[in-house]
Design a protein around this ligand. Structure first.
Ligand code: NAD
Length: 360
């Protein structure tokens, strides 16, 4: 299921060729990534005897649409591509999600290879098999769980990633440590001062460990009936904040605040120590740039936005909670729990007053 390989992309393209037995492949990328890496990748693939065609789409979340999926499919049909074709996704999570979904349904399914180019795609979007697009009814409302044939990660591609996209991805990296591995949190803390310079010797162990953790969680629960829910830690509040900001707040920053609020909630419930909460808050604020984040929202706005949470059951919001750093609370087979609404409100109030307002 999880064939994740670390490589030097342009000098080790023979490893990609092994996944393309019929020589026909289509490279799907976006305009930003394509500008840097499409030509070198095409040349590397051609040097291996492959016949790649390039499809470039606009960058950004709006590309994950029904219209774009249909446009790509039409292009593939018009070029005569059949089941002997491999799609190679070269890009961030938008491209891997879109390419994965196109591949999952084209001719009833053709192989896809992911070459994630953003830090978020390397540690999250490319791992776990979820593909999807957005509709007027919400984000990722159409999609499949289909695994790529392989994920090829070259961390030198991160050199051109814009700073905000780089920083925001640390929310998911910290989340992996919080739900699964306290030693990993210590590793992130010890490398934190050097991470803004993007040194490979710091990034590689983090990306590898995050891939391992996400793979382990997902393989234990393919269809999100249990353990996979733990990946939602920080996301109940995170998604609510994205909604109330009308998606002006980036996902990474919203989740960064969500990690802090939901850790505080775990503390309020007597699960997490105050010391552990402060440790989490401090790392989040060190790595994710919340400067300039200003949300014109009240506690009521946030509580109302929680009504849209996908994990709700019988009108009750369900929360992933930490029982300690590295461990989520598990009750039988349940990884998400109902919490008294007064405690939830208290956590939101506390954080609105002293977490990010302190770092406006
Ligand atoms: N399938 C999953 O399990 C999963 C998990 C998390 C997120 N996602 C999805 O991933 C998407 C977000 O991913 P993202 O943050 O990578 O967004 P993205 O793909 O939009 O990439 C962010 C920006 O960085 C640019 N970029 C990417 N790599 C670059 C590079 N190396 N050099 C220069 N520019 C580069 C892109 O063009 C884009 O402008 C969302 O649609 C989200 O729903 C999916």
């Amino acid at each position: 299921m999880n064939n994740i390989q670390f490589l030097s992309l342009f000098s080790e393209s023979h490893r990609i060729k092994q996944c393309c037995p019929h020589h026909r492949c289509v490279v799907l990328t976006d305009e930003n990534v394509g500008r840097h890496y499409a030509q070198p990748l095409l040349e590397a693939l051609q040097s291996q005897g492959l016949l790649p065609q390039l499809i470039t789409v606009p960058a950004g979340e709006s590309t994950k649409s029904r219209q774009m999926k249909a446009w790509i499919e039409d292009k593939l049909f018009q070029s005569g591509y059949g089941r002997d074709t491999v799609i190679i996704a070269l890009g961030g999570g938008v491209i891997t999600d879109l390419a994965g979904f196109v591949a999952a349904t084209y001719c009833r399914g053709i192989p896809v290879i992911y070459i994630p180019t953003s830090l978020l795609a390397m540690v999250d979007a490319a791992i776990g098999g979820k593909t999807g697009i957005n509709t007027a009814y919400g984000k990722n409302t159409l999609g499949t769980i289909t695994h790529p044939q392989a994920v090829f990660i070259d961390i030198t591609l991160l050199n051109t990633l814009p700073e905000t996209d780089y920083n925001d991805a640390f929310s998911e990296i910290i989340k992996h440590a919080l739900i699964y591995d306290e030693n990993y949190l210590s590793l992130i803390e010890s490398t934190a001062p050097r991470l803004p310079q993007r040194p490979s010797d710091c990034l590689l162990p983090l990306i590898k460990r995050s891939c391992e953790i996400k793979s382990a969680v997902v393989s234990g629960d393919e269809t999100e009936q249990g353990q996979r829910e733990s990946l939602n830690f920080g996301h109940t509040i995170g998604h609510a904040l994205e909604r109330v900001s009308d998606y002006r707040l980036t996902h990474g920053k919203a989740v960064a605040v969500g990690l802090t609020v939901e850790s505080y909630l775990s503390y309020q419930l007597g699960l997490l120590t105050l010391e552990a909460f402060h440790r989490i808050q401090s790392l989040v604020l060190t790595l994710i740039d919340l400067e300039g984040v200003h949300l014109a929202a009240t506690e009521l706005d946030i509580v109302q936005s929680l009504l849209y949470d996908k994990k709700r059951r019988q009108q009750q919001c369900r929360w992933v909670l930490l029982s300690s750093i590295g461990q989520v609370k598990v009750d039988g087979a349940h990884y998400a729990h109902s919490v008294n609404s007064l405690v939830v409100k208290k956590s939101i109030d506390y954080l609105l007053s002293c977490c990010w307002r302190q770092y406006p």
